[in-house]
Design a protein around this ligand. Structure first.
Ligand SMILES: N[C@@H](CCC(=O)N[C@@H](CS)C(=O)NCC(=O)O)C(=O)O
Length: 212
């Protein structure tokens, strides 16, 4: 099999996994089994020294960073229309949203999930989580407002940016309020849940389909 995706269920591997499934690619999945301290196996660290997921292998290419993996799949399967054509306004907008999500919203989630990585003072962790939750809410509001008058983040159909947003909205299910309590994000999430590739990814990762 040409594509091999290393994943942990519900992680940043969701978006590239959905991209592969939406593209109708042949792929195999490899679960990264971490030890009790959360360390990845040695063979995995040889591929991805940070030990984070996902990692996508395409032949002898080893790619990390979820958004980069999505863009790579999009380019390998142009008929799947996971990105708008180069040189279009929609393509630039896709870059904008993907980068916003990876450099602004996703780090806020990482602060919420792993506050201990952002302070040497354990007493400071709760404050980091609270601030992260506030940022997450602010960015989700912005995305919800963006989707008020259109079904997808860019262009006429779903793109890799929508798959990325789907993943982050699921990450936000334990926020208060849950990310999908916002009407446009809920409609967007539900729309993606109707897609075969997204369903396949949820099923293959063993993720529950929320009753929204
Ligand atoms: N910027 C990376 C972040 C990947 C990342 O942080 N993945 C998380 C799971 S969602 C992870 O591997 N966490 C375990 C760890 O950091 O030890 C990406 O988007 O691929």
């Amino acid at each position: 099999m040409r594509f091999r995706l290393h994943y942990v269920p519900g992680s940043a591997a969701m978006a590239p996994h959905a991209a592969l499934a939406e593209a109708g690619a042949g792929y195999e999945l490899r679960l990264v089994e971490r030890d009790e301290q959360g360390r990845s196996p040695r063979e995995y660290l040889a591929l991805n020294p940070l030990g984070r997921v996902p990692t996508l292998e395409d032949g002898d290419l080893v790619l990390t960073e979820s958004a980069a993996c999505v863009l790579h799949v999009a380019e390998r399967f142009p008929d799947a229309r996971l990105v708008p054509p180069p040189g279009t306004r929609e393509r630039s907008e896709l870059y904008r949203w993907l980068m916003f999500m990876t450099n602004t919203l996703q780090p806020a989630f990482l602060h919420w999930f792993y506050p201990e990585r952002y302070t040497v003072d354990p007493a400071g962790e709760e404050g980091i989580r609270q601030l992260a939750a506030r940022s997450i809410a602010e960015h989700l509001e912005r995305l919800d407002a963006e989707l008020a008058d259109r079904p997808w983040l860019v262009g006429e159909g779903r793109s890799g940016a929508d798959l990325f947003l789907f993943m982050l909205v699921r990450w936000g299910r334990r926020q208060d309020p849950p990310a999908w309590d916002r009407p446009n994000l809920r409609a967007h999430f539900t729309r993606l849940l109707e897609r075969e590739g997204v369903r396949r990814m949820m099923d293959e990762q063993g993720l529950e389909i929320p009753a929204l």
